[in-house]
Write a protein that binds this ligand. Structure first.
Ligand code: LCS
Length: 395
């Protein structure tokens, strides 16, 4: 790939991060080694000084991992990436890198649960205060920002309610207060949304999801917008140690080759299924960024190049209605996680959020009959037939 040229995501998915290696292998080798030899003492010294070419120790960098980091950074159109052992390792590293006692964070109320818990328990213990607000309402972000706000943290579309926040507006607020905008881009993948285009400073991913796409690896990624932020993040990751290993880096990089192609099918299948669900008598409400009924439909069109593969919908019959669907799907797999080639379905009220008091759950817009669907790349009509028969099992 010609590094000076700006390719499309279709081409970047296949080629990004893959450079020539010793034996000109088309697929980059897996450097399954924990450490690297120095030519001599001066070479070792130059590597530690940061001036020489080469690698030292795999926690500090490894060519197979670098190849993946370059691929995601190029797709995000950011500066450089840092692969991590999970999405949570990426998020934790970013918080640790930038926050200290006395700081304040404004965070979307619709984010992956453990992100909320990390801020509300661990970082609170360290003296960092967080305001959880509806970031789809720009005025709510503006009202929550304080003198000591150091970070605005947004997940858009948000998990599991798929609310969409205006990244450009959030970046303006963050930068006018000398704060950073950090975006969790997991639900869109860099193919459907490029937060750096809207002013983000740092992007994080759970690569466990769309980037890898095959439900067989747990991994994360941090992408920095410039060298200054990259250096801060790299140093923190090196100290915390939550790096991704070469074998899993290789697998995620292999998955990324079909990312753009998969996203096209996720978009198309999810659109068709969302329209089917919207007209089903056992479905009360559908939330999908590709439907005109989505509260931020216009913003989604501006900020994302496709609606993605995630659908949330409410079935009739409350908790029992949701359970009936879970117990009767045959093709959709009953499991948490998302973004893989196989369609996954889950019912937060009886599964992921079952221990949450009902009132709190409802306050977070996770209603009794809410079903979350991660639409895969199977035949859309076969998925529709499966959902139809499962929905018709609701008494
Ligand atoms: N960010 C988002 C938006 C996520 O959905 C998840 C995981 C994470 C970060 C954390 O990534 P991990 O450490 O698991 O790689 N979301 C999950 C979910 O919705 N169900 O199971 C995991």
């Amino acid at each position: 790939m010609d590094k000076a040229k700006q390719y499309t995501d279709d081409t970047k998915s296949v080629h990004a991060g893959i450079s020539d290696n010793e034996h000109l292998a088309v697929v980059p080798p897996i450097y399954q080694t924990s450490t690297f030899k120095f030519h001599d003492a001066d070479h070792g010294a130059s590597l530690f000084a940061g001036s020489g070419d080469g690698y030292i120790y795999t926690r500090m960098g490894n060519p197979t991992v670098t190849a993946l980091e370059d691929a995601v950074a190029q797709l995000e159109e950011g500066h450089k990436g840092l692969a991590t052992a999970s999405g949570m390792a990426a998020i934790h590293t970013v918080f640790t890198a930038y926050l200290q006692q006395g700081d304040h964070v404004v965070c979307s109320e619709a984010v992956y649960g453990p992100t909320t818990t990390l801020l509300a328990t661990v970082f609170r213990k360290y003296g960092v205060e967080t305001s959880f607000v509806d970031t789809s309402n720009t005025e709510a972000i503006r009202a929550a920002v304080k003198e000591n706000t150091k970070m605005i943290y947004i997940e858009t579309p948000g998990n599991p309610t798929l609310v969409i926040s205006d990244l450009q507006a959030a970046a303006q607020i963050a930068h006018s207060h000398d704060a950073l905008l950090v975006v969790d881009n997991t639900f869109s993948s860099p193919v459907l949304q490029k937060p750096f285009h809207f002013g983000a400073d740092v992007v994080v991913h759970s690569m466990t999801k769309f980037l890898n796409g095959h439900a067989d690896v747990v991994a994360g990624m941090i992408v920095a917008k410039d060298e200054e932020n990259y250096k801060i993040l790299r140093k923190t990751l090196n100290l915390l140690g939550g790096v991704l290993d070469p074998m899993n880096s290789f697998l995620v990089h292999r998955g990324i080759k079909t990312l753009a192609a998969r996203m096209t099918i996720h978009n198309k299948n999810a659109q068709k299924i969302a329209e089917f669900l919207e007209n089903h008598s056992k479905v009360e409400h559908v939330v999908f960024p590709g439907l005109k009924s989505h509260p931020q439909y216009e913003l989604a069109k501006k900020q994302m190049s496709g609606p993605g593969g995630m659908i949330s919908f409410d079935v009739v019959g409350g908790v029992e209605g949701g359970k009936a669907v879970m117990n009767n799907v045959k093709l959709c797999q009953l499991a948490v996680s998302l973004g893989g080639v196989e369609t996954l379905i889950q019912h937060p009220a009886s599964m992921t959020h079952a221990i949450m008091p009902r009132e709190e759950r409802l306050k977070a817009h996770i209603t009794d009959g809410l079903v979350r669907l991660s639409v895969g790349i199977e035949d859309a009509d076969e998925l529709i037939a499966d959902l139809d028969q499962a929905l018709n099992c609701i008494p």
